[in-house]
Design a protein. Structure first.
Length: 120
């Protein structure tokens, strides 16, 4: 099943993991939206610079350090995703707790590995 995914921390730089993840998610056919610091496009996906009220988000995959995540707590919870993937370097026990309180699964994993091993 294809899972609509929101990438937060999207980068236009091709060597960034968020950029690679956008390309890979697109390659695997997952519907995708993205938020980053700079507007642009990666693999045909427009990068928004503001918190858009997206609908039907299954998975949020984070590419922001824990301090930068704080401003997104309420936003992510309001989207009611099924899960939030914390990629390496984004681990955040404070946010895990908030997600659990709102019945949202948190997964400490690498989106690229999950895709590559058919666990996404």
């Amino acid at each position: 099943m294809k899972k609509k995914t929101l990438v937060i921390g999207a980068s236009l730089k091709t060597n960034r993991y968020s950029n690679i993840a956008i390309n890979r998610l697109t390659m695997y056919g997952h519907p995708l939206v993205a938020i980053g610091l700079k507007k642009g496009e990666v693999a045909g996906v427009e990068i928004d610079t503001e918190m858009v009220d997206y609908e039907n988000i299954d998975t949020v995959t984070l590419y922001l350090n824990p301090q930068r995540q704080e401003e997104y707590y309420d936003y992510i919870i309001s989207l009611k995703p099924k899960r939030v993937v914390f990629n390496p370097g984004t681990e955040n026990p404070e946010f895990y707790k908030l997600l659990k309180e709102n019945n949202i699964e948190s997964e400490v994993a690498c989106t690229l590995v999950l895709l590559g091993t058919n666990q996404y």
